[in-house]
Design a binder for this molecule. Structure first.
Ligand SMILES: Cc1cc2nc3c(=O)[nH]c(=O)nc-3n(C[C@H](O)[C@H](O)[C@H](O)COP(=O)(O)OP(=O)(O)OC[C@H]3O[C@@H](n4cnc5c(N)ncnc54)[C@H](O)[C@@H]3O)c2cc1C
Length: 384
């Protein structure tokens, strides 16, 4: 890598760790500043579905999905080979189910939309769906078998990428980043200030601190339009239920039952506006148990072994913000991945490594550029 720039990444979630991984493969000297622990927040708790079809199908993200899936397909070999850790990558299919004719029509439209993207979902009758999953309730009328959304264990995936970055020389500093060091009055990053008052020098800074990245706007003098969206989910024991050979998704795509290869079944999730609160609540648990009963006869509150809550980093248009910060030299944002950060972390990290090392990339992330908010009221405009 020409010049071997030093890079400081703020945030040890999936975005920061995959960026560290790809940068160290290019020979960069990388430091990650993380205020809690690697994968301690959303990236360690997410369901781990690798899909662009969750809480909306944004066209720019659909276009990037094959690239990030191809990188995941490579990582599933490379990371376990380096670490010896199986992070539970799994290609078992999902059934998307409809409980009435209106729902069946929605499924037909969904199937046709996927076909136009070159993705084939198979229409199956209830009897066959039931033979694929004994967990389904009686009242569904149609199902689509979807065989293009792998899953993994988010915590193990993130920590595996970090472990390899560390083997390649990356360093972790456990501290809160509190600001940027600049060249006097210029907007050229020279490092990151941390909570003990010291500065970590760097030629390049990547702000990848998830739901908290709105606060980085203060240091940069720009508004970073990212806010936290709380998501809660339940993890169910395999003991009473066994394990379904397929996952199940409701027609709106909000709730899914995801049996994991390494154990447990994930059910979730909620979407809540609760600021930075990450307390699991009884109300959400009851809502999820009720929704679960609508999808499966086999699962009930007694199967719940864990209840978690964490924060999705959400943007006004539902797309991540990835790119150089307008008006600054040496500062990138990599945030706002909302409900799809595990899926899009590889293409985000690889793009950043390419851009920082070479100034160009085979991937086109221009649709995610921070510049798209320039001109909109109060968002991403450099302050005087
Ligand atoms: C219930 C739920 C289910 C989900 N399921 C899926 C899924 O199936 N598939 C999928 O692709 N995505 C899923 N997601 C979304 C995914 O979890 C997020 O998009 C992703 O984890 C965001 O990663 P991140 O690295 O940006 O943020 P985080 O994982 O939140 O990491 C940011 C890190 O920055 C640190 N930090 C913050 N401020 C500072 C500071 N000033 N200094 C130092 N460190 C700081 C934090 O401690 C944190 O560790 C789900 C999310 C939720 C809530």
């Amino acid at each position: 890598m020409s010049g071997s720039p030093d890079v400081v990444i703020i945030g040890g979630g999936v975005i920061g760790c995959l960026t560290a991984y790809y940068l160290t493969l290019r020979g960069a000297r990388v430091t990650v500043v993380e205020m809690t622990g690697v994968a301690a927040r959303a990236s360690g708790k997410a369901t781990g579905r690798l899909t662009p079809y969750f809480l909306g199908c944004e066209p720019d993200l659909l276009a990037l999905s094959p690239a990030t899936l191809a990188l995941h397909a490579q990582l599933k070999h490379d990371l376990p080979e380096a670490t010896g850790v199986d992070y539970g990558y799994d290609e078992r299919p999902y059934l998307r189910i409809a409980r009435d004719e209106q729902g069946a029509e929605t499924l037909r439209v969904w199937q046709s939309d996927r076909r136009s993207e070159g993705v084939e979902a198979r229409w199956i009758e209830p009897a066959e769906a039931r033979s694929l999953s004994p967990w389904l309730t009686e009242d569904f009328v149609a199902a689509l078998e979807c065989n293009f959304e792998p899953t993994l264990d988010s915590f193990l995936f993130t920590t595996s990428a970090w472990a390899v970055a560390k083997m390649n020389g990356a360093r972790l500093v456990t501290a809160q980043a509190t600001g940027l060091k600049t060249d006097g009055r210029s907007r050229r990053a020279r490092g990151v200030r941390i909570s003990d008052g010291s500065t970590i020098p760097a030629e390049t800074v990547v702000v990848a601190n998830g739901a908290w990245s709105g606060g980085a706007g203060e240091w940069l003098g720009v508004d970073v339009p990212v806010r936290p969206q709380k998501g809660q989910l339940l993890i169910l024991s395999d003991e009473a239920t066994g394990k379904s050979p397929v996952g199940i998704i409701d027609i709106e795509g909000k709730y899914s039952i995801k049996p994991k290869r390494l154990g447990g079944t994930f059910f979730g999730s909620t979407t809540e506006n609760a600021g930075f609160d990450i307390t699991p609540t009884e109300k959400a648990r009851n809502e999820m148990v009720a929704a679960m009963a609508g999808l499966s006869d086999r699962l009930s509150a007694s199967n719940v072994i864990t209840h978690t809550a964490c924060l999705r980093p959400m943007t006004p248009d539902g797309k991540p913000i990835v790119g150089a910060v307008t008006g600054w030299e040496g500062v990138y944002l990599a945030t706002g991945h909302w409900s799809k950060g595990i899926h899009f972390a590889p293409v985000t990290g690889k793009w950043l490594a390419d851009m920082i090392a070479d100034g160009e990339s085979e991937y086109d992330l221009s649709a995610l550029s921070p510049a798209r908010f320039a001109g909109s009221a109060g968002a991403m405009l450099p302050r005087p």
